[in-house]
Design a protein around this ligand. Structure first.
Ligand code: PMP
Length: 392
């Protein structure tokens, strides 16, 4: 029976890590896998998380089972940061559940939407490749439109046309901030227009917020998610703490549901619970418990926000230097100065990407996506020079 299974391709980015590790060149540059890196190239555990984990070790009374909703203290502690305002739950219309990472949250959002009757999901492409895989696996159709306009900003006309052509069983998946892979985010004015369109068309929004705090700021990065929940009757928000708390392998995320009433939200979330029960039963506890403890302690919360601020400053410093180093004839890096978050797409051919790897020790995804945080003030000149060399 099992011999009927066809070999599936290995994850290209994970394969790239192995190639990078085996490369002996001292000045090699890893722009592949999507983790934040310090100027020294490390991805350290946040100091606020180390402190919270210590508290957890000292104080956690039990590791007995929780329910499929996970750690609701964590889910609620995060809500003021995500939704802001006096009452982040909007009178109980928003509530959530813990999920295994942002991936679990996106998966559950699509599965809950499908149960509610959604058959198609509109989404700008390119997108994080797992979005399309999850939709395919959940049996909903992907309706795509081009996310980027030619000038490196968001193609709002294409989104508008897709929303106006939508049917009654359509949802739309929107990146909350720090678009992966393009770095092209909506401006606040564009978000306002998008919310107008969602209100007009009734298309259900699914906001994927996986990088809050790594773009322009905690409030700025939540603008879209907050505009959606402030003005629309219903929405799903998939949240990841894996980047903005540096918890990648601990798998920390949450799915938030907004409906027209607190009672409807309880009912909708109960569907999330049964779906979770049938797949992972309950999410892993450790990382979410550490986030809960960090957010319960004002000193640790300040430490967290300061750590995020310095990460964001480094990413934006690299972006500004790249934009300023852009030279005519080679790849145009100017738009990277206006874009946000860890990722950018460079218009490079497969041959150029291969030559960057072979001749210059620069490793990036085959799509041309780079992790901006893989660069430092010291190696940007080498990178820009290599881009010019392969463009010549
Ligand atoms: N959404 C987007 C847009 C992402 O880029 C990622 C991570 N690459 C995720 C969701 C999921 O993040 P995780 O499962 O690691 O929390």
């Amino acid at each position: 029976m099992l011999n009927n299974l066809a070999q599936q391709p290995a994850d290209a980015l994970l394969a790239l890590i192995k190639l990078y590790d085996a490369d002996p060149r001292a000045d090699k540059i890893d722009l592949g896998v999507g983790v934040y890196r310090t100027a020294d190239g490390g991805t350290p555990v946040f100091a606020c998380i180390k402190a919270a984990e210590q508290k957890l070790v000292d104080e956690q009374p039990t590791k007995a089972y929780l329910g499929p909703e996970g750690d609701m203290g964590f889910v609620h502690a995060l809500m003021p940061h995500v939704f802001g305002g006096e009452d982040p739950s909007l009178g109980g219309r928003i509530d959530g559940m813990q999920t295994p990472g942002g991936t679990g949250a996106v998966r559950l959002a699509i599965a809950v939407a499908k149960r509610a009757g959604v058959t198609r999901v509109i989404m700008g492409t390119p997108s994080w490749p797992n979005h399309a895989q999850i939709m395919d696996d959940c049996g909903v159709e992907l309706v795509s439109f081009p996310h980027a306009a030619a000038d490196g900003s968001a193609n709002l006309d294409a989104l508008e046309a897709a929303l106006k052509a939508a049917g009654p069983s359509d949802a739309v998946l929107l990146h909350g901030c720090c678009h992966n892979p393009t770095g092209i985010d909506y401006t606040p004015e564009q978000w306002d227009r998008i919310v107008d369109l969602l209100a007009e068309t009734g298309v259900l929004p699914i906001v994927d917020l996986a990088y809050q705090g790594l773009g322009a700021g905690m409030d700025e990065d939540a603008y879209g998610a907050r505009a959606v929940v402030a003005r629309l009757p219903e929405a799903l928000v998939a949240y990841s703490c894996d980047k903005n708390f540096g918890l990648y392998r601990d798998r920390v995320g949450a799915l938030y549901v907004l409906t027209a009433s607190a009672d409807e939200t309880v009912k909708a979330l109960s569907n999330g619970h049964t779906l979770a029960r049938a797949s992972w039963s309950m999410p892993p506890d450790h990382g979410a418990a550490a986030v809960r403890l960090a957010l319960a302690d004002p000193d640790l919360t300040k430490m967290w926000l300061d750590e995020l601020t310095s990460m964001r400053a480094r990413i934006n410093q690299v972006r500004q230097k790249l934009a300023a180093s852009s030279n005519a004839g080679a790849v145009n890096l100017t738009p990277l100065g206006r874009q946000q978050g860890m990722f950018a797409m460079l218009p490079l051919s497969k041959e150029q990407i291969q030559a960057l790897r072979d001749d210059h020790g620069i490793y990036m995804a085959g799509s041309g996506r780079i992790n901006v945080a893989g660069l430092t003030m010291d190696n940007i000149d080498k990178f820009v020079g290599a881009l010019a060399a392969v463009s010549g």
